[in-house]
Design a protein around this ligand. Structure first.
Ligand code: CAA
Ligand code: NAD
Length: 310
């Protein structure tokens, strides 16, 4: 409920939280991209959501519809007509596309939320750099890659930064705003203002591995998987321990399933390659095995736990 307090305040005072950004293109319509599309549209901005896979886009539209319904039910609980209007109008602000080049033609801001792979991100941004208007700001939602490295292939390095959201995006109140070495002051300020305009509390991060949250959270999840792998405790008991003993809303193994075991592995593998001397980033065989078997967590219906298919 506290989390929704922020959304309510933001909706009711949206005129006080104006941003220079009106048109936002979000590339990647998966777990994160669909959440970013939702919060942007519900704050009154125009969204184009892009994915290489048209099926992903229709799945995203369905989940956005359901999640907007949850928000509407709380914000307009006394007024079902307003609730319906809010959902319809927010949905109408979201266009979808499978063509990133045409989708950035009118963008003020591009937020990239595709697979956590530097080569794939480079290919995308190189294409976008020549297609987008010169004023367009580019941002990556990367969990673990360096913003400077991602930005290295674009010409507009001053208009490139990190906008790191948290899962589930409509509920998590934080946005990490990452300043790369060449991010201009104007770009940084616009990113901070935009984050506020969509109801997030922004913190400023340097371009360091995992910024703030993931530098703490990923080694914590990794250590929990190592406990499990050694047979020190069951997954269920590890999760209960951290929920009841430390007050976390989810245990670390549940959280790894929730984030996606593939994403968790991409993060750890990338850091291990870059910092081989850091034992916290060492590969975890039990994680690698699950990913190799396609058990990626909640999104595939099985990870360390099994989930009912939605
Ligand atoms: N959209 C809108 N509303 C949503 C929603 C969504 N996608 N998902 C949940 N909600 C709402 C529910 O309607 C519910 O609202 P009320 O409490 O008002 O009824 C509320 O959020 C709580 O949801 P649930 O009752 O379904 O479940 P819960 O109480 O168990 O909470 C949770 C679910 C919010 C996910 C909570 O377990 C939690 O905070 N978990 C930790 C999540 C976390 O740590 N995220 C960060 C991951 S790391 C990351 O994202 C960075 C990275 O780079 C990997
Ligand atoms: P996901 O697998 O759910 O979605 C990624 C989507 O990108 C897929 O639908 C895929 O089809 C699409 N895609 C891949 N290449 C593409 C391309 N070239 N053009 C357009 N679409 C393309 O992944 P996710 O969990 O949403 O993660 C996306 C990004 O967000 C990653 O960088 C990840 O590290 C980061 N992130 C993830 C989390 C999390 O909890 N999962 C949290 C914060 C940040």
């Amino acid at each position: 409920m506290i989390q929704f307090g922020i959304i309510v305040r933001n909706l009711s005072s949206s005129s006080a939280l104006q941003s220079a950004i009106k048109n936002v293109t979000i590339i990647g319509g998966g777990l994160m991209g669909s959440g970013i599309a939702q919060v942007t549209a519900q704050a009154g901005q125009n969204v184009t959501l892009v994915d290489v896979n048209a099926d992903v886009l229709s799945k995203s539209q369905k989940s956005i519809n359901i999640n907007l319904g949850k928000v509407a039910k709380k914000v307009f609980k006394e007024n079902p007509q307003e609730a319906e209007k809010f959902v319809t109008e927010s949905l109408a602000r979201i266009k979808t596309s499978t063509d990133p080049v045409s989708a950035v033609q009118t963008a003020d801001l591009v937020v990239e939320a595709i697979v956590e792979n530097i080569d794939v991100k480079h290919q995308l941004f190189q294409k976008l750099d020549s297609a987008a208007p010169s004023h367009t700001i580019f941002a990556s939602n990367t969990s673990s890659l360096s913003i400077n490295e991602i930005a290295s292939i674009v010409k507009r390095k001053d208009k490139f930064g990190g906008l790191h959201f948290f899962n589930p995006v409509p509920v998590m109140r934080l946005l990490e705003v990452v300043r790369g070495a060449e991010t201009s002051e104007a770009t940084y300020k616009t990113m901070m203002e935009w984050g506020k305009s969509i109801g997030k509390t922004c913190i400023t991060c340097k371009d360091t591995p995992g910024f703030v949250v993931n530098r703490l959270l990923v080694p914590y999840m990794a250590e929990a998987l190592r406990l499990l792998e050694r047979g020190d405790a069951s997954a269920r008991d590890i999760d209960i321990a951290m929920k009841l003993g430390a007050g976390y809303p989810m245990g670390p193994i549940e959280l790894a399933d929730y984030v996606g075991l593939d994403t968790t592995k991409f993060i750890l593998d990338g850091w291990h390659k870059k910092y081989p001397e850091q034992p916290l980033f060492n590969p975890i065989p039990i994680l690698d095995k699950h990913v190799a078997e396609g058990k990626l967590g909640l999104k595939t219906g099985e990870g360390f736990y099994k989930y009912e298919k939605k």
